[in-house]
Design a protein around this ligand. Structure first.
Ligand SMILES: Cc1ncc(CO)c(N)n1
Length: 227
């Protein structure tokens, strides 16, 4: 199930604008290394731990979206999306952590890497100061890019079963459904937004797209603070 954007929509416009950044993600050695099974596991373990931190703040952003929603239905949907992130994080922790040998000691010593911290702080800043439309624009690359990666590498059969599980998770129809819902929400909010708000939405979307690329790079290089 693919997500095709209709021409003339705001989401289609943003997807087009971000295309060069997204192509760089598709070709990043972390992503291609997962798909062909050659990525060293220590880098994936680094990614999983940073992603747990990422998802805990992502759920906060979705919950702030629920608080800013214009109606009860949308509050409910955004809260449901936050709950889904919690479930995904649980699956990530309990499944991958056991597979990867992530110990209590690893968790006790965890520090967010600069890029994970900066990306989530970008989204939280939008969540606290912006409208629901701005929030959806900031979080949409997270959903949509992963869906495209899941679909792009659906046929991949990496020898590493952990990588297969990861690809399967984001290539599934349940995920496509959630992504489609947020794309539709972005388009309907954009239709009533001012020119100024749409300009901010575009900026948030592009910055999040950049950070998605940087997140692969962070994990591939096991980024640390310089001091
Ligand atoms: C960094 C990042 N972006 C997007 C997703 C998908 O929700 C994720 N798990 N992690």
């Amino acid at each position: 199930m693919t997500v095709a954007t209709e021409t003339g929509t705001f989401s289609g416009y943003l997807r087009e604008k971000a295309d060069a950044i997204w192509q760089a993600s598709f070709q990043h050695p972390f992503v291609t290394g997962v798909a062909d099974g050659t990525l060293p596991l220590d880098r994936f373990k680094f990614y999983v731990m940073q992603d747990a931190f990422y998802l805990s703040r992502f759920a906060q952003v979705q919950a702030l979206g629920a608080a800013k929603a214009p109606d009860l239905y949308t509050s409910g949907r955004m809260a449901f999306h936050a709950q889904t992130t919690y479930n995904a994080e649980l699956a990530l922790h309990e499944g991958f952590a056991a597979d990867l040998g992530i110990t209590d000691e690893d968790k006790a010593q965890f520090q967010p890497a600069p890029t994970a911290y900066a990306y989530t702080t970008h989204m939280l800043s939008v969540a606290y100061t912006g409208t629901l439309g701005e929030i959806i624009a900031a979080i949409l690359p997270c959903y949509w890019l992963y869906l495209e990666i899941g679909e792009r590498f659906k046929g991949a059969k990496p020898a590493e079963p952990i990588y297969q599980k990861w690809i399967d998770a984001y290539g599934g129809d349940w995920f496509a459904e959630l992504v489609r819902e947020q794309i539709a929400r972005l388009d309907s909010l954009a239709a009533y937004a001012t020119e100024e708000e749409r300009r901010k939405m575009e900026q948030h979307f592009l910055i999040s797209s950049q950070y998605e690329y940087s997140f692969w790079e962070m994990a591939y290089r096991k980024e640390t603070w310089p001091v």
